[in-house]
Design a protein around this ligand. Structure first.
Ligand code: SF4
Length: 609
């Protein structure tokens, strides 16, 4: 047994037992357990012996760098008992020391391209130094530690990490390393492995369907087409110029806010010869290469347009939907929306030796497995590890954000409820709304409280948001208002004093429009059946993502076993709509009181500290 601690948290023995048994039976374990149950070390303790016995390696997929480092910290504890090697991998950009790449590139594609040109041309000294750097690798290392050591000898941490990969039993990295085919191939090549040689661990697995959609989706704006046309003219590409002009005309003729279009409509309008696109992509690559050499941002809109059109032609109408729409800034654009997550997920999940899926919000597990194409699995939902006195879930049925009742009077009522509840909660409080529109409508009615107010805004950059969240966490007696399915309700943890309560306003159902309808229609076809008075397809495509987001928001303050926080749902449907209640995570449902006087319950909860 490699479990490194003298005692177990509640559920840890059970998690180890469940995972070990599933692995021994050749099944994929799927488990729901809230954060704070010590899942990371339990899962490593269960899977390392299996990996060693079968000659496999573990790829532990996480969402944030912090989570990846936590995997390595636990591996270090294990290696104090039994030697084990592993490392965490950040993106190239996060590790890169080259000033040009750090400052001039904006997307992972640009980073990769700039790096490859610099390496080929022998223009990156850090790459050259990486070949000469000598590291003793005798215990697990986080990407941060590798980067720190590499900085002292001016060697590229990304390259050095790659050379260490073949010795690793465990690698923690982002989902992109496995679900983006080119990145996966590069990783497996560096590790000298095939997919069948790895055990995948998917932490926060509920994100996978959404991630698959973001990997396979593409968008092209009219701004990019205009810039590409300029590039084509500058480089004397007449045929390409004509093609881009026709593309511009097509986009201009599609004025609608959001409209599903036929894939063939664009192809017919462009009269495009498929073999024209490859030379255009190559010309775009040459432009990008010249820009790298000249020290400019390696972007070519010509390349972007040509590869978008090639992808448009390649995507099958059975599995993709095509749209003409507008960006939030009002720019016309064309979009390719993948309807089938399995196009991205199925190959790695089927070919890996085993895959383990876990999250605090995976219930109901069966739809999750169906949508990602996971077969041969066993599932288990574990009870919360928190002592009963550390969690309470309350429902206030006096308000709702149901579309037909979204009136000024309702927003006013929500703001008054917040004014009544917030003073009863000592310290920091998170409040998550179903959308930015509802958030600003409630704020417009005024929310007067003696707590410092922080408001997440849609247009904030990630740096601005991070700085605001840090200020909130330090404030001690503040309110952070954000949205469900947002960067703070899903990507952030607020343990201990960082949040003493989460108030979840409404339910974040998507606004039904052509894109949402296309997904519903597709899932109806793929998953015939009913869910109450609705179709199963509508449940998978529309209702379930909203419930997962609701649960994610509600769980932000319970991140470790010691956290004591209240969860308050300001929404009538959580109290009285059975289909909503049934989809609340079991660990939250268990802590739920009957709808009643929320103020009295809150006072009792905090006075018992
Ligand atoms: S080789 Fe390393 S340091 Fe050089 S550009 Fe590539 S990632 Fe950056």
């Amino acid at each position: 047994m490699v479990f490194p601690y003298p005692t177990y948290y509640p559920n840890q023995r059970e998690i180890i037992g469940f995972v070990s048994q599933a692995a021994a039976a050749g099944k994929n374990p799927v488990l729901e357990s809230p954060t704070g149950s010590g899942k990371t070390v339990a899962v490593l303790s269960a899977l390392l012996p299996v990996a060693r016995e079968k000659g496999k390696r573990i790829l532990y997929l996480c969402r944030t760098h912090e989570q990846m480092s936590r995997v390595i910290e636990e591996l270090k504890r294990i290696s104090e008992r039994e030697p084990a090697l592993g490392l965490s991998l950040m993106s190239r950009k996060a590790l890169c020391l080259n000033e040009f790449v750090r400052e001039k590139t904006r997307t992972p594609g640009e980073e990769r391209f700039a790096c490859s040109v610099l390496r080929r041309e022998g223009k990156c000294e850090y790459h050259r130094n990486a070949g000469r750097a000598r590291f003793t690798f005798t215990s697990p290392m986080s990407a941060g530690e590798i980067a720190a050591r590499c900085r002292t000898v001016e060697a590229c941490p990304y390259e050095v990490a790659r050379t260490l990969l073949p010795s690793c039993e465990v690698v923690s990295c982002s989902y992109l390393y496995v679900f983006v085919p080119e990145i996966r191939s590069a990783l497996l090549r560096s590790m000298e492995l095939q997919l069948n040689d790895v055990i995948l661990v998917l932490d926060e697995a509920h994100n996978l369907p959404r991630l698959a959609a973001s990997i396979a989706g593409e968008r092209l704006t009219e701004f990019a087409v205009t810039a590409a046309l300029r590039e084509a003219r500058e480089h004397g590409l007449k045929q390409g110029g004509k093609l881009l002009q026709r593309l511009q005309e097509f986009m201009a003729a599609n004025e609608a806010e959001e409209r599903r279009i036929e894939k063939e409509a664009l192809i017919k309008h462009l009269e495009v010869e498929p073999d024209l696109l490859e030379p255009l992509e190559r010309a775009g690559d040459e432009i990008r290469r010249e820009k790298v050499i000249a020290g400019r941002r390696p972007v070519s809109f010509l390349h972007a347009c040509a590869s978008f059109l090639a992808y448009w032609m390649e995507c099958r109408e059975e599995e993709f939907a095509f749209f003409s729409s507008k960006t939030t800034k009002g720019l016309r654009c064309l979009e390719i929306l993948p309807l089938e997550p399995r196009l991205i997920t199925q190959e790695p999940l089927q070919q890996a030796y085993l895959s383990l899926h876990m999250s605090g919000t995976l219930t109901p597990i069966q739809p999750y497995c169906k949508v990602i194409g996971l077969e041969g699995y066993v599932e288990r939902s574990f009870p919360p590890p928190f002592p009963e006195e550390n969690i309470i879930a309350l429902v206030d049925p006096s308000v709702t954000t149901l579309g037909s009742l979204r009136t000024r009077e309702m927003y006013r009522r929500i703001s008054r409820r917040l004014e009544s509840l917030l003073p009863l909660i000592p310290g920091n409080v998170l409040v998550f709304f179903p959308s930015y529109v509802v958030l600003s409508s409630v704020l417009n009615e005024g929310v007067e409280v003696e707590k410092k107010l922080f408001v997440e805004r849609e247009e904030m950059s990630s740096v601005e948001n991070r700085e605001m969240v840090e200020r909130f966490k330090r404030a001690g007696n503040a309110v952070l208002m954000g949205v469900q399915q947002g960067r703070n309700s899903e990507g952030q943890d607020f343990p201990g004093e960082q949040a003493r309560a989460v108030i979840v306003v409404g339910i974040p159902y998507a606004v039904k429009g052509p894109k949402v309808n296309a997904q519903i229609e597709y899932y109806r076809r793929m998953y015939p059946g009913v869910w109450g008075s609705r179709s199963l397809g509508e449940y998978y495509a529309y209702y379930l993502p909203a419930y997962r987001a609701l649960n994610q928001s509600a769980g932000r303050a319970h991140r470790s076993i010691e956290d004591k926080a209240a969860i308050v749902f300001l929404e009538r449907r959580v109290a009285f709509d059975r289909k909503v209640l049934e989809n609340i995570s079991p660990w939250i449902r268990r802590a739920m009181r009957r709808p009643g006087n929320v103020e009295t319950e809150l006072k009792r909860f905090y006075s018992s500290s």
